[in-house]
Design a protein around this ligand. Sequence first.
Ligand code: ADP
Ligand code: MG
Length: 694
Amino acid sequence: MGPKKRAGLAEIGVTAVLDLLLHYPRRYLDRTNQRSIAELVVGEEAMVLATVRRSQLIRTRSRRQMVQVDVGDESGRLRCTFFNQPWRARQLREGTTAVFFGKVDSFRGQRQMTNPVVDLVGDRTGRIVPVYPQSEKAGLTTWEIGTWVEEALERAGELADPVPDAVLDRFGLLDRTAAFRGVHLPGSEAEWRAARTRLAFDELLRIQVALVRRKREIERTALGVAHDTGGELLRRFRAALPFPLTGAQERAIGQILSDLASPVPMHRLLQGDVGAGKTVVAVAALLVAVEGGHQGALMAPTEVLAEQHHLGISALLEGFTVPDAGSLLGDRPLRVELLTNRTTGTERQRITAAVASGEADIVVGTHALIQEAIAFRSLGVAVIDEQHRFGVEQRAALRAKSAGEAVPDVLVMTATPIPRTAAMTVYGDLDVSVLDELPPGRTPIRTRWARGPLDEEAAWQRVREEVAAGRQAYVVCPLIEESDKLQVRSAEETHAELAAGELAGLRLGLLHGRVPPRDREQVMTAFRAGELDVLVATTVIEVGVDVPNATVMVILDADRFGIAQLHQLRGRVGRGGEQSWCFLFGAGDTPEGEARLRAVEATTDGFALAETDLDLRGEGTILGRRQKGRSDLKLASLKRDREWIERAREVAFELVDADPDLAGHPLLADEVDLFLGPGEDEEDEARAEWLFKS
Ligand code: ADP
Ligand code: MG
């Protein structure tokens, strides 16, 4: 092809034959599905087989060339209009029979098609014709691409197939050659469907093979601590808890303990909806480390949350002791320390020294934990709360904090529910435990979308009533993404308006990103102690904050928030035994905004919401924003192909466990490298990197 066409192809990312073959049709025109002209419906796409009755070339006033072709079959007549295709006049002479495919519209009361796709009978009739994406923008017609692809397939002949026959047979999958022919040159709908399934499976399998290999490699090469999990501390901890553990918590702790007992470093994700009780599970893991004379670290994304964890964990472990040969009694109190950027001066020196000497048994903190000056004597277990808030490097940095040889066991926790199969793709090199059960006695939160002033008034009324009954509320300010400064101003204004209006007379606190640390702590402490009735805040309270006496959450301009964020915010209430409410203010002016508010109003089930989010936002929710590059899913969908993700994972484990280096599957190993290994494309590389380390 000439340089112009080549540039056009480059524009749509096609620079090699492989790219061309991977440039899959967006859809198919199914010409086997013909209609008669009388059956055509305005507004719908359809195809008719008809004969040209009259054809004329017209020059419009704007000097455009237009060809008007009147065609007919035994049922009626139809006008087809072509712009800027003067050659149609020659192609479509009177008496010519052709297939016309296009959207039926109505012009001056007459049904017609504008620029329909035309195929002369005998040319491509009876076949399914692929339509390729983005072809117009790059100055390429879908027919040109189709022709090149056909030629490429012709010349390539038989394609190597990296997937073992046994696997193909098990799932009834086509071979590679048939799949590429079927996706580009299908003879029927069934053919392209089968072809897409096979090629989608390949995309998923490549990702799973890469993830599973990485997982197994870590397990093989990294040396962890084989903890003793039968110790006294854990037993005491259970006994001291003011409540029995839920079945889900028991299961998760069981899985974690067996990871900890093994010399292979734990690399586990604990997924549990807001309020499911992840902290207790984390503390159990930390105690196992302490029991064996190691240390535990818990890293949280915000200072508010780190402080709260420190308070909570210190309370849970009140009176606990650890063996200490140097003391007269043979033991000393278990020490839980807090380290954030707010910890300064001599206090910081004291804690840093205790972390280094091993006297600090459990250290709770923020990013401050991973600063250079901090070194643990022997970090046994590292827990990362709300892990999605951390960058890849930050998580890796915590893991590297131990002075000892052994790699610490790592537990990452998240309340962002991801559909299970999507988690297999995004967190494929992690083991997953799920808390799918809330502690008993929780009354489900009632959520109302306040659709107008009357509803809003009712919401404020509810806030006042709850406060009168001794309970507390949050008001979350409108989200202003443009600037932090505007966000702060909006929070201050909201606070002032409420104090003078709807919530006059109540004790209001204000919390946003620019409140100085000392004041922030005071506000949180006062709110926890019940000295404030209502906390007006930005999303600084989004994650983790746990004040069981708070029973109302009001979210202003809620349609600006994403589903996951709304769900997190709502999770700040409903933490005690009392009935809790969540009010979503917002007009829902966009269809998506409305759909989000409706979804959050309809259910408190985080996993159901995650599914809805996936439906509303598409794959981008999970796979990030980047949407091009070889490592992307082109055909496979985290949504549609759930069972195929599981199958691909199953196959990946079989292949890798039987043959860790894939020595017997060199084609597959090469292909995984080609698609997911370091590539020429920087974005691609970043994308693959992200996929693995998340
Ligand atoms: P999250 O999973 O959102 O981090 P938390 O660990 O903050 O949840 O727990 C939420 C609340 O539930 C806390 O007040 C905690 O003390 C309480 N909780 C945790 N486990 C149980 C349980 N098994 N029974 C009753 N309450 C529990
Ligand atoms: Mg939490």
